[in-house]
Design a binder for this molecule. Structure first.
Ligand SMILES: Cc1cc2nc3c(=O)[nH]c(=O)nc-3n(C[C@H](O)[C@H](O)[C@H](O)COP(=O)(O)OP(=O)(O)OC[C@H]3O[C@@H](n4cnc5c(N)ncnc54)[C@H](O)[C@@H]3O)c2cc1C
Ligand code: SF4
Length: 596
């Protein structure tokens, strides 16, 4: 029986000087909480959102017909569409007739359950260039709904500049972070199959997800093309975790794809059950939800951070709390906003921003190119249970691995994909026709369809940047972010290549292609924001050191995706947590030695 997360008491002691105040409770904040409390430090976690029990609200196994709107949000809610991101004036939700406007992800099926986890664009506007910014303001942040593809980076990423001359190398190499990836794998559980690829290092895997017939066929075909198809590396415990009583193992209930992420038995990692609740049990953690931090305060004599100022997200009352160290984990863009908001006579450009690099070198993944098709041998075959698994498959990058490559663009991309019978088979979207004939065809094709979609590295360029908008404020009166961010020529060329190689792989496997696209989706679609406070050895061109400590302010850290030097092709969350673990170990050591 799973133990419920207890409601927290917001009446926390704000007269104490905590060893650490952590801002944000998602992947990064949760990991900081886990590591620092394990070291015996007294930690206060401040989270802007409220606590919501996803065991109760996600209803992962509810059938669509048991919901009054088949899982859709009420009519007075609206999820922004792809087109709206392009043509609407910013802020996107201004003058909207809907009561609540959310990001595009709430447009997927079954999102009524997660509608309270994500932000309302009316309360949380943005300005500037188009950007589909997906945010979850809740204890656990975006980990309550994430897609769980849990991948490692390699020296192809950390030392990418050495290979192609673009951008900067990271100040660490794979050997520095490998032990921490291992710790994350073992503490949280990751399912996968070892492939021994230098550009996608293997983890300490639990039982892999099962590949379908067509996926095994594609895997075999790709072996002949020097490419790999591997079972989805899911941040899901498939074997169970003896040390965590708040999470169940995955029973392969096949509900992963039904709603926007979210697993109500927490087999899929989420920060509240994977990290925060166990940290409570140490007795070293205090958590205050509904706490919107708007400034990091500074001692003007020492230049050190003294604490944070925050307002209660519901009552709007102002508070201040003191701490020996401040850990920002509000997510890449929110942390940048907070740094820029923290202006003082000591730090007129924002705390720790003497380099002027905060907000810059912002990067992510470009998405859009995709191929859908079917395996002719499987048409009309009896139905099989293929969706009893937390993911399909992953095709790691294969371009530009050789330094002499002539692809015409820099860096790489990977494909995520899936196939087989599901409650809503992919075939229903791609089968042409109407009525009886359409239904018959959709059923015949149900287990035969297969699709892939690419995620590619967006180059970290100085000019891609966020800053504070001088005029527009959010519902709490805090200046919002203005985006100045665009895909460039490299991303356009990469997308053309994604579409070409996607088709090439399907053709090689003798799959019939139903549709394919080379169109890129709006900036932000990948929900993988990185950069904005990159790490490095040189304080003139980077914001933090390799332990995510500000060059200018040693008792201030930022432990989310902000510090990533480049985006790589791999999803970021596992790397965020491994880096955070490493930095918090280092911080605890420094605190013990009195070096901070
Ligand atoms: C639908 C979806 C699918 C995804 N799929 C994948 C995937 O397959 N693989 C992968 O690697 N990643 C995936 N991601 C991305 C992943 O969720 C993020 O990389 C990860 O959650 C980032 O962790 P974080 O702690 O930096 O930010 P978050 O998880 O967003 O947490 C930040 C927290 O900080 C809080 N906060 C913000 N501002 C303040 C403030 N001023 N004061 C106090 N608190 C504040 C927020 O409320 C939030 O709870 C997906 C995300 C979504 C939404
Ligand atoms: S398939 Fe596994 S991870 Fe997905 S919802 Fe079911 S139990 Fe959770």
């Amino acid at each position: 029986m799973l133990v419920q997360f207890p409601p927290s008491n917001p009446e926390v002691d704000l007269n104490t000087t905590y060893d650490a105040v952590i801002v944000g409770s998602g992947a990064a904040g949760g990991m900081a909480v886990h590591v620092l409390t394990s070291h015996g430090l007294k930690v206060l976690l401040l989270e802007a959102g409220k606590y919501q029990d996803t065991s109760k609200i996600l209803h992962s196994m509810e059938w669509p017909y048991d919901h009054p709107r088949r899982g859709q949000m009420p009519p007075d809610y609206h999820a922004l569409t792809a087109a709206e991101y392009n043509f609407r004036d910013r802020p996107y939700a201004q003058n909207s007739p809907y009561k609540k406007v959310t990001s595009y992800v709430q447009g997927w099926g079954g999102t009524d359950y997660s509608k309270t986890l994500v932000v309302d664009e009316k309360q949380n506007p943005t300005t500037g260039t188009q950007y589909a910014w997906v945010r979850a303001r809740v204890v656990g942040g975006k980990t309550t709904i994430w897609g769980r593809l849990a991948l490692r980076l390699s020296d192809y990423d950390f030392k990418a500049k050495d290979r192609d001359g673009f951008g900067e190398n990271w100040p660490i190499s794979y050997a520095d972070i490998e032990p921490y990836y291992d710790k994350v794998d073992l503490y949280l559980g990751v399912s996968g199959y070892p492939e021994k690829l230098p550009w996608l290092p293997d983890g300490k895997f639990q039982r892999p997800v099962r590949l379908t017939y067509s996926e095994l066929h594609l895997r075999k075909t790709l072996q002949g093309m020097n490419r790999t198809l591997t079972p989805y590396r899911a941040g899901v415990t498939t074997d169970g975790l003896k040390h965590n009583k708040y999470r169940s193992r995955c029973y392969g209930r096949g509900a992963c794809n039904r709603h926007v992420g979210g697993c109500d038995i927490h087999a899929a990692f989420d920060s509240p059950t994977g990290l925060i609740r166990p940290a409570y049990d140490t007795g070293n953690l205090t958590m205050r939800p509904n706490s919107t931090v708007h400034e990091i305060t500074v001692d003007k004599d020492t230049g050190k951070a003294t604490g944070v100022a925050f307002i209660d997200s519901e009552t709007r009352k102002s508070y201040h709390v003191k701490a020996k160290t401040i850990i920002l984990a509000a997510s890449t863009l929110e942390s940048a906003r907070l740094i820029l908001l923290s202006k003082s006579t000591t730090y007129p450009n924002g705390i720790g921003n003497s380099s002027g690099h905060v907000g810059h070198n912002f990067c992510e993944h470009v998405m859009g190119p995709s191929v859908a098709g079917f395996m002719p041998d499987l048409v009309g075959k009896p139905r099989t249970i293929d969706d009893g698994r937390p993911g399909g498959f992953y095709i790691p990058r294969f371009q530009n691995l050789d330094a002499n490559s002539k692809s015409g663009f820099l860096r790489g991309y990977g494909f995520e994909g899936g196939s087989g019978c599901g409650m809503t088979p992919g075939s229903v979207y791609d089968t042409p026709g109407f009525g009886e004939e359409y239904k018959k065809n959709a059923r015949r094709m149900a287990g035969a369809t297969i699709d892939i979609g690419a995620f590619g590295e967006v180059l970290a360029r100085y000019e891609n940047q966020v800053e504070l908008d001088p005029n527009v404020k959010d519902a709490w009166g805090i200046p919002v972010l203005r985006f100045n961010y665009k895909f460039g020529e490299n991303e356009h060329k990469m997308c053309e290549d994604m579409a070409r190689t996607g088709r090439e792989m399907f053709e090689a496997a003798k799959f019939e292609i139903l549709s394919s696209s080379s169109k890129m989706l709006t900036e932000g679609w990948s929900i993988h924001e990185m950069g904005t406070s990159r790490m490095g050895d040189d304080p003139k061109t980077s914001v933090v050191n390799q332990f995510q400590q500000f060059h200018d302010v040693k008792n201030l850290l930022v432990v989310d995706g902000s510090t990533h030097v480049n985006a790589s092709a791999q999803n970021p969350t596992w790397t965020i947590m491994a880096l955070c673990w490493r930095s918090c170990d280092h911080l605890a050591d420094q605190l013990k030695k009195g070096e901070i």
